[in-house]
Write a protein that binds this ligand. Structure first.
Ligand code: 5GP
Length: 176
């Protein structure tokens, strides 16, 4: 499979992903049966994972899609990232961040810190994919779908230069 200049091979089939998503939903339901969690999918990449996951969740819950805005701040150290799109009612809520993939874990850590500052009662994360750097750094992720090494992946919401988000399977780059 080709996207622009890169070649990809199938890594995870839609069928495997579907089974994993269902298993993750069962774990979450068990842990949150007495709560009403707020799922916070991080756009754009997690839209497909979040949609499938939400359809599997059979406990009362809320969903609020958010984005991360990156902008060059006034500080010389570079880029600042902040959450946009969430509403104020996150105070006192049990939040489950829905991430497509966690690589270094920096994005996740920033979001978690921001949510705790906003007064969330608890903050956990469900990630479909976790890469080796996050594993090495022990980034806390309560629910993990699949473990990867360093490979660049697309499909099931994940893109290469905007392409490939619509694919049902996950593909990894060939010849890295
Ligand atoms: P982190 O802050 O954990 O290093 O980066 C997380 C973000 O980087 C993900 O939400 C995703 O947008 C992007 N990312 C990391 N690895 C990949 C990958 O293999 N493929 C794609 N398409 N995006 C990735």
């Amino acid at each position: 499979m080709k996207l622009k200049d890169l070649t990809f091979k199938k890594l995870l089939t839609a069928d495997r992903i579907e089974k994993k998503v269902a298993a993750l939903a069962r774990q979450i339901e068990e842990d949150y049966q007495d709560k009403t969690p707020v799922f916070l999918p991080i756009l754009n990449g997690s839209f497909m994972f979040a949609s499938d996951l939400m359809k599997e969740i059979n406990i009362p819950c809320r969903v609020s899609f958010v984005k991360i805005s990156s902008y060059s701040g006034t500080v010389s150290t570079g880029q600042l990232k902040t959450l946009i799109g969430h509403d104020e009612s996150l105070f006192g809520t049990d939040i489950i961040i829905v991430e497509d993939i966690v690589d270094t874990g920096l994005t996740l850590q920033k979001i978690s810190d921001e949510l705790k500052d906003l007064g969330a009662k608890s903050v956990e994360c469900v990630a479909l994919l976790r890469k080796q750097p996050a594993r090495e750094k022990n980034i806390p992720i309560r629910y993990i779908g699949f473990e990867l090494e360093h490979e660049f992946v697309v499909g099931y919401g994940l893109d290469y230069d905007g392409l490939g988000r619509n694919l049902r399977d996950v593909y990894s780059r060939v010849g890295e």
